[in-house]
Design a protein around this ligand. Sequence first.
Ligand SMILES: [Zn+2]
Length: 273
Amino acid sequence: MPMKEMTCPKGHGNMKPTRIERTTTFRGVDVGYKTDGYACPLCGLEAATVAQAGKTQRAISDAYRKKMDLLTGEEIRRQRKEKGLTQQGLADLMKVGVASIKRWETGLIQSKAMDHALRVHLQGPEFTNIHSGNRELSIPRIKLVIRALEKRLRRRLLKKTDKMLFGAKYLWYADMLAFRNLGASMTGAEYAALPYGPQLNNYSDLIDEIKKADEKSAEPLSEEEMRIIESIVKAFPREQMVYDAAHREVVWKRAPVGAPIPYTDASELTEIG
Ligand SMILES: [Zn+2]
């Protein structure tokens, strides 16, 4: 098939294929990218075919993802093939639609949580930090998750004198389900099996910091994370329910007193779907 020729709109005749290097601002970040286009040898005007414009979109998306430490579309595709996975196969593993995999490979930017999930499935368990659930501990985010739970429960979880007896269990479910479904916990908190249920590890050191923390400084909750929080509130509308459920979990029962409960146990939770 002969290549379509592009003509300069200023009437200078045929334009020549060229490599274009540009810098642009994308989502507030300066990114440099390379793409293909046409240039007029006389006036220097640059233009692109529809196919080239699509390639440019992907190049910008990948440059942005590289800068933000997210897997690029190229990397997702290559690593998926190295694992011998089809797009459908990876979608099934991640419990997402195949359309999501296709879009991420062709330029749609995945959330940080989905990026973690991709890495867990493409790069294996060695990527997984089983005690923080693939996220750095964020006290402001603990506060943010608690506030989101409180709003939906219409009740305070973080009380003045309370040791988060109930709050910690809601948090535990939120973190565990986020790890299981999205590949990363919400808060990066570590949990220990205490006699009265799963609790934030070193909670006595954390509790004042949580109360003082500014939740507005935390990374906002994603839509997927909000859905998890809503499902927890739906399953356990009353505090006693989350308390009792946590005590029925085999992953808590089998852990020695004081031992950490690894996030990889999230696949064995029985009290919430
Ligand atoms: Zn021209």
